[in-house]
Design a protein around this ligand. Structure first.
Ligand SMILES: Nc1ncnc2c1ncn2[C@@H]1O[C@H](COP(=O)(O)OP(=O)(O)OP(=O)(O)O)[C@@H](O)[C@H]1O
Ligand SMILES: NC(=O)c1ccc[n+]([C@@H]2O[C@H](COP(=O)(O)O)[C@@H](O)[C@H]2O)c1
Length: 180
């Protein structure tokens, strides 16, 4: 049986990793959808699809499961998003998500959806991690060790601090540089 789990993974953190660990007990193969694949270099989406693929691929070796990472770009139309996902991904039998919109879209398309508990959501959320990176606070203990290596390799902390400086109001947005 093959599963599908989509996230932005900005960055891939221990909550995602715990979810994959549990999914690995239910399916033999897992497609990891790298969501909002076209986005990078913003405070909400600092890392490119390729960088996120590295984070995921180096981390999932911990588990006894065959995985495929597939970048999925966003579409203007939610109504055809599931078809778009299916057109990019190996076929799958079940989708895993805790995101209400994703759950609704898959269910409406007749795809079985399974949710998981939230693991230590107080700190294990991308927004919290990115805030810590921007503020020079501790984040390394909240991601699988290979993710630390990837973020160091790409100069990720310097990047996120720079893009947060150029974002319009310093909040967690997708805004680019301010118009002059
Ligand atoms: N701590 C967690 N435990 C279980 N599932 C999680 C956890 N954090 C995120 N998820 C789920 O993983 C999927 C992908 O999440 P996503 O990449 O948006 O991470 P996030 O931590 O919610 O990030 P952000 O704060 O950037 O939105 C979603 O279904 C989300 O609900
Ligand atoms: N219309 C669309 O493009 C559409 C709809 C639903 C989810 N998505 C994407 O799926 C991913 C869902 O992941 P999260 O659970 O991490 O938010 C995001 O990248 C989100 O942008 C896109």
């Amino acid at each position: 049986m093959r599963g599908f789990y989509i996230g932005r993974f900005q960055p891939y953190h221990n909550g995602h990793h715990q979810m994959v660990k549990e999914i690995a007990t239910e399916v033999d193969e897992l497609v990891l959808g790298i969501g909002s694949a076209g986005d990078s270099h913003s405070t909400r989406n600092p890392f490119t699809a390729g960088e996120r693929i590295m984070m995921v691929a180096k981390s999932v070796v911990d588990f006894d499961i065959t995985t495929y990472a597939v970048p999925i770009e966003d579409l203007e139309r939610n109504s055809v998003w599931v078809s778009h996902v299916q057109s990019m991904s190996p076929a799958f039998d079940v989708a895993y998500s805790n995101n209400p919109l994703v759950i609704q879209l898959f269910k409406e398309a007749g795809v079985e959806v399974r949710q998981s508990p939230m693991f230590n959501r107080g700190v294990l959320q991308g927004t919290e991690l990115r805030n810590r990176m921007m503020n020079g606070e501790e984040w390394r203990s909240l991601v699988p060790e290979p993710v630390v290596g990837v973020i160091d390799e790409i100069g990720g902390i310097e990047r996120i601090q720079r893009v947060s400086d150029t974002d319009s109001d310093g909040r967690d947005s997708d805004g680019g540089p301010d118009p002059e």
